[in-house]
Design a protein around this ligand. Structure first.
Ligand SMILES: Cc1ncc(COP(=O)(O)O)c(C=O)c1O
Length: 396
């Protein structure tokens, strides 16, 4: 068969390469050529996985815990997830309302597959996490983007959501704290959104990936609101909370019927998340929690530094990130100079000329911003911000 007849299925056009992965690959290419790139693209903690978690995985290998587990994760781990969520947020999930997945991305992908029919609408606040748009499209859904305002630090409100709800709306996706903006939805505003969705029979998906990384407020879960369990779905991840990005453990908390559907899908797709990683995750959730606070304190220090530096750069505006570990500055001051007409141009030129990797806002649905991850050392932050400052100064 010629390559022309080896056509790919049409649904491939519904999904594009993750821009964050693309930036990581471009930075990596330069690094392998010996270029000293400062990488602000990576959305992952720079801390090692805590030692007690690593030891649990090593012990799992010694104990020969290296075979298949139930596709949706071990009952022990599901219990630990429910227990941790109950302790942290006051929810009361049972193991049959919990599934363990291959990272948080996996649970969101699977959720869209089991919930969304062709033509169903899914509400996605802008700026959004890159993956959300693609997973909705791939499920045949229609993304309905809801703009937030930079002047209000990209914080979402129920008033922004309400006019977009109709009989085709299936899911409202909320990610607070937000990747990429760091915006945090207050408890009262989140409850208002829950009131809107629950009375209309719309699923409210809360992506709690960064939930423990809040700078001026206390963590909460909308799933703890009375009556929420019927229509709220929690998409969780251990990746950022415990610096476990490579271990690939996420989870879903939802009504048993939804969990059952995901479990069936998963049983034919990935089967279980890695058995060893499940033992590590169990230790992460049941073991000492101090490492989370240590990371948060360090992110807080870096946030202060990064925001002060960005705001001191002439023409750069930077909304206040109240959570996660990203800054999302407006760099449109560079537009019209040095052949830069978009955030994408800016990012390409910054990498090429100043050797700093950032993710262009187009990946997240806005045109004048770039995402800077401050999950990297103070030394790298200083070096990278010096380079960005110099790059901006020299534009003409
Ligand atoms: C908003 C958001 N949700 C979910 C995830 C999923 O993370 P993982 O698949 O590593 O658990 C990420 C990772 O970057 C994220 O930024």
């Amino acid at each position: 068969m010629s390559t022309a007849t080896l056509g790919l299925a049409e649904r491939n056009s519904l999904i594009s390469e993750s821009s964050t992965m693309k930036v990581a690959a471009a930075a990596d290419r330069l690094r392998r050529q010996g270029v000293d790139v400062v990488d602000f693209g990576a959305g992952e903690p720079d801390f090692p996985t805590p030692d007690n978690i690593k030891q649990a995985a090593i012990q799992a290998i010694h104990d020969n815990f290296t075979k298949y587990t139930p596709a949706g994760g071990t009952v022990d781990l599901k219990e630990a997830i429910c227990e941790r969520h109950a302790k942290d947020y006051g929810t009361n999930y049972k193991p049959n309302e919990c599934i363990v997945t291959v990272g948080g991305k996996h649970v969101i992908f699977n959720l869209m597959q089991v919930l969304v029919n062709p033509g169903d609408e899914v509400i996605i606040p802008v700026p959004y996490w890159v993956t959300n748009k693609d997973v909705v499209n791939y499920a045949g859904g229609k993304c309905v983007f809801v703009n937030t305002s930079e002047e209000k630090d990209f914080v979402l409100s129920a008033d922004m959501i309400e006019p977009n709800l109709n009989e085709r709306t299936k899911v409202v996706m909320i990610n607070s704290p937000s990747n990429p903006s760091g915006a945090v939805l207050s408890k009262s505003e989140f409850e208002k959104i829950f009131q809107l969705t629950s009375k209309r029979g719309i699923w409210l998906m809360t992506d709690e990936c960064y939930c423990r990384f809040l700078y001026d407020s206390e963590p909460f879960s909308i799933a703890a609101t009375p009556g929420a369990k019927e229509s709220v779905i929690v998409a969780g991840s251990l990746s950022k909370t415990y610096s476990m990005t490579g271990w690939r453990i996420g989870f879903g908390l939802a009504p048993a019927a939804v969990i059952g559907a995901i479990g069936r899908l998963q049983s034919h797709m990935t089967s279980n998340p890695t058995s060893i990683a499940q033992k590590a995750a169990y230790e992460a959730l049941r073991g000492p929690q101090e490492s989370v606070g240590v990371m948060l304190a360090e992110y807080a220090r870096r946030r202060e530094y990064v925001m002060a530096r960005l705001r001191a750069m002439p023409g750069v505006k930077a909304a206040d990130p109240k959570g996660a570990f990203y800054a999302y500055p407006n760099i449109s001051v560079a537009f019209g100079k040095n052949n830069i007409h978009s955030a994408m141009d800016f990012s390409e030129k910054l990498l090429d000329q100043a050797k700093v990797a950032v993710v262009p806002g187009e990946a997240f649905g806005t045109e004048e911003h770039v995402r800077i991850s401050y999950a990297t050392s103070m030394e790298m932050l200083t070096l990278g911000l010096d380079r960005i400052e110099k790059f901006l100064k020299e534009l003409n």
